[in-house]
Design a protein around this ligand. Structure first.
Ligand SMILES: [Fe+2]
Ligand SMILES: [Fe+2]
Length: 223
């Protein structure tokens, strides 16, 4: 089976798992494009590891969100699911192990740090997709779902004292706002990225967000 056909089969398998959440699938394709772009600026990237990993990285997402126990980590489960699909497509054990490492380590919380260049690129691409213009759009889409306001009247420090519990987790998601999310989470993303190109894109995306949220606050204050 040639590589293009393998990728097509992977996309079909991913679509089947993620069709009930179209935005997840759009995210997968944006991450795939960012991975290809960053890979062009890095040396010795194995695209036969990176491309399948990018396409498969969130395959466990829907299963995680449907799970009420809170025990499923889509990065860990996704790696297992991906392994089965890759086996059926004749990927070698060596390739499968490398792809699985990328998937397990793509998540901040999983505690598994990305060790290979392919895993580092996937990590960066995945995080870059939550910032910049795309990040603003995604955050407001989510804010709409949870009935949040555009900004709150209080400072971030005041907010932190009453709407977060241990580990910075949010108590009441309806009281959260896109601006707070930006202040607490998004701003820190570029410093956590691994590749030079990823960091560069991250800085640009954060500069754009900074300008946007400053302007939003001005408008809310009647300026
Ligand atoms: Fe993910
Ligand atoms: Fe993702």
């Amino acid at each position: 089976m040639d590589n293009n056909l393998k990728h097509k089969n992977i996309i079909e398998a991913v679509k089947e798992e993620l069709t009930c959440s179209a935005h997840n699938l759009d995210h997968v394709f944006r991450v795939y494009k960012l991975c290809s772009f960053i890979a062009n600026h890095e040396k010795d990237v194995d695209l036969e590891v990176l491309i399948p990993a990018a396409l498969l990285h969130d395959i466990g997402r829907v299963k995680e969100s449907k799970d009420n126990t809170g025990e499923i980590d889509h990065a860990v489960l996704g790696a297992e699911m991906a392994g089965e699909i890759l086996k059926s497509l004749d990927y070698s054990n060596n390739e499968i192990d490398k792809i699985k490492h990328c998937i397990t380590s793509h998540r901040f919380r999983s505690g598994n740090e990305p060790k290979t260049i392919e895993a580092k690129i996937l990590f960066d691409a995945d995080k870059l997709d939550v910032i910049g213009a795309t990040g603003i759009a995604r955050t407001f889409m989510l804010a709409g779902q949870f009935g949040q306001r555009l900004t709150s009247d209080e400072e971030t420090s005041e907010y932190l004292s009453h709407n977060t519990v241990e580990n910075g987790r949010i108590k009441d998601v309806s009281k959260h706002t896109p601006f707070i999310e930006y202040e607490l989470k998004f701003k820190k993303i570029p410093s956590k990225l691994y590749t030079n190109k990823g960091k560069e894109i991250g800085e640009k995306r954060i500069a754009f967000m900074e300008e946007y949220f400053t302007r939003l606050k001005e408008e809310i204050n009647g300026i």
